[in-house]
Design a protein around this ligand. Structure first.
Ligand code: HEC
Ligand code: HEC
Length: 205
């Protein structure tokens, strides 16, 4: 066999081997470029870890991004909304199934978040957050409260502020988001939000 024929054969074998998995994994095709091949997120793109989120929560958030539940003046929210706007519902459902199969990751970057008063954060968490998000922040699906683990402090702070500023949870159909809006009115001082978020990020280590 000539070298060019050998190469052509090899190429065909590679295509045949990789094509089914590519076609079958909507996550790797449409999401991994931002959220990472392992689903653990990408801090520089503002894309959070998805591996610890339940399929009920993932499905609801994806519906929300597609139906305008989040204010897209935030560039991160805008990037995510644009990424899923044109996908059909079947592809999004396939991506959720693929995310559920990814191994759980609690990896957070940067490994050392900015120093904050995590003792005060722990007290705040127990008083204001644990009832819904769980003592160890593992989430409570029955209440619609997601796991807060594996998320870096800057992401947690940003989402918390989105609720308290009415950029997330304002939509008439977003009943779970509304609960967080109500809660976020109790704790508005920025340094308290930073402390509680630093404490939550520490729980993942
Ligand atoms: C262009 C980059 C990009 C692509 C592609 C992308 N995302 Fe995102 N995603 C983001 C960013 C940035 C955020 C954070 C949005 C914010 O802060 O409001 C996000 C947030 C999310 C959230 C909300 C997480 C939470 O904790 O509430 C989910 C769920 C999600 N993405 C799933 C997906 C899925 C599934 C796909 C593929 C179908 C996808 N994303 C494709 C950038 C992207
Ligand atoms: C009454 C129950 C309740 C309490 C108390 C509560 N939360 Fe939530 N939280 C929720 C629900 C429900 C959601 C999901 C909202 C949605 O579907 O968009 C949520 C979502 C969040 C998110 C977004 C996570 C993500 O992946 O994007 C953050 C961050 C958050 N909560 C932080 C906190 C903090 C910090 C506290 C305490 C100061 C707190 N929550 C207290 C119910 C609660």
């Amino acid at each position: 066999m000539k070298l060019s024929q050998k190469l052509a054969k090899l190429l065909l074998a590679i295509i045949a081997f990789s094509a089914p998995s590519l076609a079958g994994d909507a996550y790797q095709t449409y999401c991994a470029s931002c959220h990472g091949a392992a689903g653990a997120g990408n801090l520089s793109l503002g894309a959070p870890n998805l591996t610890l989120l339940s399929s009920a929560y993932l499905t609801r958030q994806l519906r929300g991004f597609r139906e305008g539940w989040r204010d897209t003046t935030d560039p991160y929210t805008q990037a995510m909304s644009a990424a899923v706007a044109a996908l059909d519902a079947g592809v999004v459902a396939e991506a959720v199934l693929a995310i559920e199969k990814l191994p759980d990751s609690r990896e957070i970057s940067p490994a050392k978040p900015a120093a904050r008063n995590t003792d005060r954060g722990a007290d705040l968490y127990t008083a204001y957050c644990g009832a819904c998000h769980g003592t160890n922040a593992g989430g409570n699906d029955a209440l619609g409260a997601p796991s807060l683990l594996g998320l870096d402090a800057s992401y947690l702070v940003r989402q918390y502020r989105h609720f308290s500023e009415g950029r997330r949870g304002f939509h008439a159909d977003d009943r779970y988001g509304k609960q967080m809006i109500r809660l976020s009115r109790l704790l508005k001082e920025p340094s308290l939000i930073d402390d509680v978020s630093a404490y939550v990020a520490q729980l993942s280590q």
